[in-house]
Design a protein around this ligand. Structure first.
Ligand code: ZN
Length: 402
């Protein structure tokens, strides 16, 4: 501890020397500066003797009489905070705020720092009210905005997050993606309360701030499908191709339900064929393969997938081909197994088990920001808390029918 603080405080000796020189013409001032220098050395001495509390009180008392000392106190508090001694940082910032002579800017700075102390200590309510006060000052707005959003995200206070993020969109255009998710979260809250009109409104807002919001599109499609408007839902789901083709695998299952409702599965097969031709994606192919189709289109989709997977070999394609050629629910009877213990079919079944294990152990979704891997799609990355950074790993890999 002593060394770090010493590096911080040593320049003070020089500063006080300079002050003495500058004000040297006035004897009274000269005497005051000498007292200040002596005071600092007294404080340093406390630090060297590990009497930190006395040192802090000494430095704080000195800053009462000297504006130049403020920076030292901010640095001192930061140092304590970095060492995990948040209560000490809080005490320093609190004392600074109670100084009658502190100027407006330093007051706001101390407020902001105290809010960050509270954040670190997990006292979100206190942090929020201080941050909201400082947020009024344009100079601090970008920083307070960022911390307020963290609090609201943690507390799932989506309407407050929207209120803070919306006015800053022009200044911070990267805020569009999180803001769209806040609207989607609000839409989910509204859906939970059966307030469908409000949910629709929130989804419209989401798409307005981020036209590429696949999440808003998926939620819109789901609402239409629940209402039984399958035709409208289809055109909403098909929008994902223009928004973010890497997430196309997410629409396959609901889209299938839509086409089944309007009994247009042949049309669906055509659409899926087109998708696979435009985007040679294993994730997409696997999503298509997971569906159970009616006999009218089953063989067409089967052929389509086999053609795709044979042209794009991978663990997934191997697994799929084995699954489609050998039904795993029909294992051979004990008599059959005894007659031909090492049959070709059995070998393929073993292969299938191995491939299945590999597939179970592989994560399909990947965060492009921090590398977090997951089996499910998360809109908010659990690793780095960024929105929309998780995508299917094996997505578009070029056209397969060139
Ligand atoms: Zn991440």
């Amino acid at each position: 501890m002593g060394l770090e603080l010493l590096f911080l405080l040593l320049p003070l000796a020089a500063v006080s020397g300079w002050i003495i020189g500058r004000r040297g013409e006035n004897r009274r001032q000269q005497q005051a500066c000498q007292e200040m220098t002596a005071g600092y050395f007294k404080g340093l001495n406390y630090l060297l003797n590990d009497e930190e509390d006395k040192a802090i009180m000494q430095f704080l008392a000195l800053s009462e009489s000297n504006e130049d000392a403020l920076d030292i106190h901010f640095a001192l508090a930061n140092l304590f905070k970095r060492r995990g001694e948040v209560d000490r940082a809080i005490r320093i910032h609190d004392t600074l705020l109670q100084r009658p002579a502190i100027d407006a800017r330093s007051f706001q700075r101390a407020q902001l720092e105290l809010a960050l102390d509270y954040l670190k200590a997990g006292l979100f309510d206190r942090a929020e009210s201080l941050l909201l006060e400082v947020h009024q000052q344009p100079e601090f707005r970008q920083r307070t905005h960022q911390h307020l959003l963290k609090i609201y995200q943690q507390e799932r206070e989506w309407s407050k997050a929207i209120a803070i993020a919306t006015p800053l969109l022009e200044e911070l255009p990267q805020g569009r993606i999180p803001l769209a998710h806040y609207h989607c979260e609000q839409a989910l809250v509204a859906l939970h309360a059966a307030a469908n009109g409000e949910a629709q409104q929130q989804l419209r807002c989401a798409l307005e701030v981020d036209p590429a919001s696949v999440r808003a599109t998926l939620l819109q499609g789901e609402m239409l499908l629940q209402r039984g408007d399958a035709a409208a839902a289809i055109s909403v789901y098909q929008r994902v191709e223009r928004q973010d083709a890497a997430l196309l695998s997410e629409i396959i299952s609901p889209l299938k339900r839509c086409y089944e409702l309007i009994e247009e599965e042949a049309e669906m097969a055509t659409y899926l064929e087109g998708l696979l031709q435009r985007y040679a994606s294993h994730t997409l192919a696997i999503a298509i393969a997971r569906g159970r189709y009616s006999p009218s289109v089953q063989s067409r989709i089967q052929q389509l997938l086999e053609r795709f997977l044979l042209h794009n070999p991978s663990l997934h394609s191997l697994l799929f081909l084995m699954e489609s050629w050998f039904d795993p629910t029909q294992s051979p009877s004990p008599q059959e197994a005894a007659q031909r213990p090492f049959s070709c079919e059995e070998k393929v079944r073993q292969l299938q088990r191995v491939a299945n294990q590999l597939w179970d152990g592989s994560n399909i979704y990947l965060c492009h920001h921090c590398g977090f891997q997951a089996k499910n799609l998360y809109w908010l990355c659990p690793g780095c808390k960024q929105w929309s950074t998780i995508k299917p790993q094996l997505s578009i890999c070029g056209s397969w029918n060139r």
